[in-house]
Design a protein around this ligand. Structure first.
Ligand SMILES: [Zn+2]
Length: 539
């Protein structure tokens, strides 16, 4: 009886007030469901971390428990990178950073300094050199590395991740001799290992420890939130990566949201017993796709072209899979319920993947097949993205970083279908944007700027490179928000601040809708909020 009375009195109480938060006095901008910029000045979200309502200027403010004055600062939905490599970002940031080296001597100096500063490292691993930025444009050799460090193995990856060079100690540790033959899909020249040949050495590098994985994931998250990214598609999740991500989720160490794409069919089978997962750890992690490779990259001439390279007429690159292998892997993944994301850079590779998606379309119905990069596409194939409902997942900063190299590799005739964002979007295809971090910086703002200007952050070249392929700011922002979410089957909860979506947003130091491209590129993130909680603030 007593219990019953208690129950009754509990029922008679008014419902507890929801602990809503209002972010007020913001200059809010997002892309609406029609793809147009819309403005708001307030965001209300509940203590479940989800948006209740966006408030327009002058609209009455509801009574909330918490009110935060944004001081008129610009507010955007958290940006989403549709193609990144989360663990590589973290590992790379903890390894020797060779990005921006200006010469071989610069690389050698950085290598000496890092080696001296890391006496406990068994191998010296570095990444990010780009011989295209050096005066003589010559690839570094084994002897060049030996001249800097001889006592420990050294392995240094090119900026695009498609070539690496080792010193003699590394080659010895990996059992490489002058008799070693490159495997199919790769080659070895003067200690430079390209594409599939890289594995000859990389398979012999001691694996990172569990603690190393955890440190790398923490570092990657730190870099993401500091750059305004609240989510990313992880293109090539390994079982070890997945385990680290689950550890982070179980320990409540997730600040960002990761859409995992298993790194190939074996990884797909190894992770979660070959089945995609639901959203895990409060919508911070999901495995929904598989990443495959059709070819390599332009920089190392591994991209598969229909005709020979203009600057090396004895090669047209090479496919990493036969059409039959590609189709059978697509079908295997699609039948297990996975979304497909296939890397294709050259026009021959893009044609092969488009053909494979068409041939397997019965098996990949409603799977939103993606082509990653879609960098050089035969103009006759550009319309096939929309017709085949194939998502083009492209990286604006690849265009600005690589334009001179692309001109050399492709010659003038083939540029028509290179980095053809506007043509692809205008044909009605979904266009998702990313950075391919750590190939490029994870900072999405230079990407937004490149998308609208075809210029690098310094404003080069004047007027933009092949400017007819610029997109509007609405399209660019959509590419990093709504379309990136759509490309990952996440548009029901991410990519906008529509009611019911996660309150993932950033405050930035300028109004990108009123800024020039160079100003957009220099945007500074002030605060990053994920699920209604501030996870980062600029010091
Ligand atoms: Zn990539």
């Amino acid at each position: 009886m007593k219990r019953f009375a208690l129950l009754l009195s509990a029922l008679a109480l008014p419902a507890p007030a929801l602990a809503d938060t209002l972010i007020d006095n913001a200059n809010g901008i997002q892309v609406d469901a029609q793809g147009k910029l819309m403005r708001f000045t307030g965001v209300v979200f509940g203590d479940d971390g989800k948006v209740v309502k966006l408030l327009a200027k002058g609209e009455a403010r509801p009574a909330t428990d918490v009110r935060v004055d944004a001081g008129g600062k610009s507010l955007l939905p958290g940006l989403i990178d549709a193609h990144g490599h989360v663990m590589a970002l973290g590992f790379g940031a903890l390894q020797l950073d060779l990005s921006g080296t200006t010469s071989l001597a610069d690389l050698q100096q950085r290598l000496r300094t890092y080696t001296a500063a890391n006496p406990e490292a068994r191998w010296i691993i570095g990444r990010g050199w780009n011989q295209e930025l050096w005066p003589d444009k010559k690839f570094p050799t084994t002897a060049d590395l030996d001249a800097a460090v001889g006592d420990r193995p050294v392995w240094l990856g090119r900026v695009d991740g498609h070539a690496a060079v080792g010193n003699s100690a590394a080659l010895k540790a990996a059992g490489i001799t002058s008799a070693t033959k490159a495997p199919e899909g790769g080659r070895i020249e003067n200690g430079l290992f390209v594409d599939a040949a890289m594995d000859l050495v990389e398979s012999r590098i001691p694996a990172p420890t569990t603690a190393g994985y955890d440190a790398a994931l923490a570092k990657a998250q730190e870099l993401m939130v500091a750059n305004g990214l609240t989510a990313a598609a992880d293109m090539g999740t390994s079982p070890q990566d997945w385990a680290a991500m689950n550890r982070a989720g179980q320990a409540g160490r997730f600040n960002v949201r990761i859409l995992g794409y298993a790194g190939g069919i074996p990884a797909m089978h190894a992770i979660n017993r070959g089945k995609p997962t639901d959203w895990l750890h409060g919508d911070h992690l999901r495995l929904s796709g598989v990443k495959l490779y059709a070819d390599g990259a332009l920089g190392s001439r591994g991209a598969w072209l229909k005709r020979p390279y203009s600057d090396k007429p004895d090669t047209r690159g090479l496919p990493l899979l036969t059409p039959a292998q590609l189709e059978s892997q697509i079908l295997e993944a699609a039948r297990a319920g996975y979304q497909l994301a296939v890397h294709a850079i050259g026009d021959a590779a893009n044609r092969m993947v488009l053909d494979a998606y068409l041939d397997t379309s019965a098996g990949i119905k409603d799977r939103r097949p993606r082509i990653e990069h879609a960098q050089v596409v035969d103009p006759n194939d550009l319309g096939r993205f929309a017709r085949g409902k194939v998502i083009a997942s492209m990286q604006p900063t690849h265009q600005t970083s690589d334009r001179l190299m692309a001109e050399a590799r492709l010659g003038p005739d083939r540029l028509q279908g290179a980095y053809a964002w506007n043509t692809i979007a205008a044909s009605g295809a979904h266009l998702a944007f990313g950075s391919d971090f750590p190939v490029e910086s994870p900072n999405p703002f230079p990407g937004l700027a490149a998308a609208v200007s075809r210029q690098n952050p310094a404003g080069q070249p004047p007027g933009g490179w092949r400017p007819k392929e610029k997109v509007t700011l609405d399209q660019a922002l959509a590419g990093f928000t709504r379309e990136a979410a759509y490309a990952g089957f996440a548009e029901d909860r991410l990519g906008s601040l529509d009611p019911g979506h996660w309150a993932d947003f950033i405050l930035v130091d300028r109004d990108i809708s009123a800024a020039s491209p160079t100003e957009i590129a220099a945007t500074q993130v002030l605060e990053t909020w994920v699920g209604g909680k501030k996870v980062w603030e600029k010091k």
